[in-house]
Design a protein around this ligand. Structure first.
Ligand code: SF4
Length: 522
């Protein structure tokens, strides 16, 4: 096999930014798979250059030149940027390949702009791409392994890529690690609900943790597991065997159902400092939140009590919720969330707008069958810049009014001050204030208010939200153009649009008449 010059691009940001939160966190949000690909490509004897784009670089200067093959790892919010970059490199004769969540959610669309589209990627899939490395004509080749790989290169092997990326982070340096893939829970909106749970090698985990203690005085590790602690005793046991208690700070996403008090005690002893559980809804998913059949106010009370218990053990807690789910109706869900904010002043509430990412989750088929999915460009599919499912029980103006009211309540001066008082340690205190005053608090209030104003004043804008037209409003068009900057000129014709019914269309023919009806209605 000829020796290839390979570029790997990990897109964290969708455009230039100066937000304080982005400055602190973006380099810490680098993905693991681009680093894995870099290690595997080197093991195959190729030259590799990996770039993590955080929004602070001049992307045109950072991108590697003189390469034969470019891999781009991307979420949907950076897909249009990825498409433009791919077009630019293909013009230069470079073969391009896309992987990551966007490629899994929208494989057919991705294949229009890349030579290769990767689903689950193991080393043999990669070897196939490296061995062939050919331009594929108008439609790229889609490859996927049957399942996630059984083993991945650990921190020790990925270190030079981790180190180069963390050099971009001025204050916090957080190392990404994985202890498991997939999730045994079946939350119908989640991309990981369909991926079988699989722990990774505990011996490698131990080795990586010991390795990190030689690199930092006090390392910080973020577990990228979809749901950390499913095999709780095995995971904590590996940490306890590897390093002295509390010598590494850990961050993890974990279900409330896994976070009993004895476990929290053990986690605190072992240096866990930040947890990000998901509550998602006050009316549903009780198993995940360990609230059983409780709903509404009763669930708020139980979750609040549990949250405040966690806060006695963890300095930092972000509780995630999805807004606009089908079970929500009227003022109550928003008022319950405000109540939760008041009852748990130390927790940072993370709000996501209901979003159907292509074929990510089984529930998305239902949204498509009922004709409620909207064609918002990928650039806005990041859980807050657009909600691409028409809410079942709200008119858009009402929904945005309630969203703005909740966001203002959550990031009011009073709430920020209460959060500050409730958080004990310096980093959580600073982080929560920065988040509230930066893009997440004030930034979102401004953005949601602008959308609300346009829903009132601009008939065409409202028609787009109602699914009555697919003509993209200027407001969104201009934002993409601004974010892509000089790369805008490379964005291929038609790349702002995608088939938002592609998942349904890919189903057996029995769906076809229904689909035609929906499209005719839309
Ligand atoms: S518990 Fe979390 S990771 Fe698991 S399926 Fe539900 S949302 Fe996804």
């Amino acid at each position: 096999m000829r020796k290839l010059r390979i570029g790997i691009l990990d897109l964290v940001a969708r455009g230039p930014t100066r937000a304080a939160y982005a400055r602190v966190m973006h380099a810490n949000l680098a993905s693991i798979m681009p680093q894995v690909l870099a290690v595997w490509c080197e093991e195959e004897g190729h030259d590799v250059r990996l770039v993590c784009y955080t929004g602070f670089e001049n992307l045109l200067e950072e991108l590697p030149e003189d390469i034969d093959l470019l891999f781009v790892g991307t979420f949907s919010q950076t897909a249009q940027l990825a498409y433009a970059i791919s077009a630019m490199f293909r013009d230069r004769g470079v073969v391009t390949c896309i992987g990551g969540p966007h490629a899994r959610c929208y494989p057919r669309d991705s294949a229009k702009y890349f030579d290769y589209v990767l689903g689950f990627t193991d080393k043999s899939i990669l070897q196939e791409v490296l061995g062939e490395c050919l331009h594929q004509g108008p439609v790229g080749r889609r490859l996927s392994a049957e399942r996630q790989p059984l083993a991945l290169p650990g921190v020790r092997q990925r270190w030079k890529y981790i180190e180069a990326t963390l050099a971009k982070s001025p204050a916090l340096k957080i190392v990404p690690m994985l202890g498991s893939l997939g999730c045994p829970y079946t939350c119908s909106f989640c991309i990981d609900s369909e991926v079988p749970f699989q722990p990774l090698d505990y011996e490698q985990m131990r080795d990586d943790l010991r390795f990190l203690r030689g690199k930092f005085r006090r390392p910080r590790v973020a577990w990228h597991d979809p749901n950390f602690g499913v095999r709780f005793d095995d995971s904590l046991g590996a940490i306890e065997e590897a390093v002295p208690p509390g010598s590494i700070d850990f961050i993890a996403e974990s279900s409330l159902s896994l976070l009993s008090e004895p476990r929290l005690q053990r986690m605190r002893k072992n240096g866990f400092k930040a947890l990000l559980p998901g509550v998602e809804s006050w009316y549903d998913l009780g198993n995940k939140a360990r609230t059983g059949r409780s709903q509404g106010l009763e669930k708020v009370a139980k979750v609040s009590e549990h949250t405040n218990t966690i806060l006695r053990y963890m300095p930092y807690l972000q509780v995630n919720m999805v807004l606009g789910l089908d079970g929500d109706e009227g003022a109550e869900p928003f008022e319950l969330t405000k109540r939760f904010v008041d009852l748990c002043p130390g927790a940072f509430p993370g709000y996501s707008l209901l979003t159907a990412f292509g074929r990510a989750a089984p529930l998305n088929l239902d949204y498509q069958r009922s004709g409620r999915v909207l064609p918002f460009p990928f650039h806005f599919l990041n859980n807050h810049h657009a909600m691409n499912v028409r809410p079942l029980n709200y008119e858009w103006p009402e929904f945005y009014d309630r969203l703005i009211d909740l966001t203002k309540h959550t990031f009011s001066k009073r709430a920020i001050a209460r959060r500050l008082r409730a958080n004990r340690e310096m980093i959580p205190r600073v982080m929560n204030v920065v988040r509230a005053l930066s893009s997440e608090g004030n930034g979102r209030i401004r953005y949601f208010s602008k959308v609300r104003e346009l829903l009132r004043s601009d008939v065409a804008f409202r028609a787009y939200f109602e699914g009555e037209t697919t003509r993209l409003p200027e407001f969104f068009h201009n934002r993409i153009r601004k974010d892509l900057g000089p790369l805008w000129e490379y964005l291929p014709g038609g790349a702002l649009e995608h088939d938002h019914y592609a998942y349904l269309r890919s189903q057996p023919r029995v769906e076809e008449p229904l689909l035609q009806l929906r499209i005719a209605e839309g």
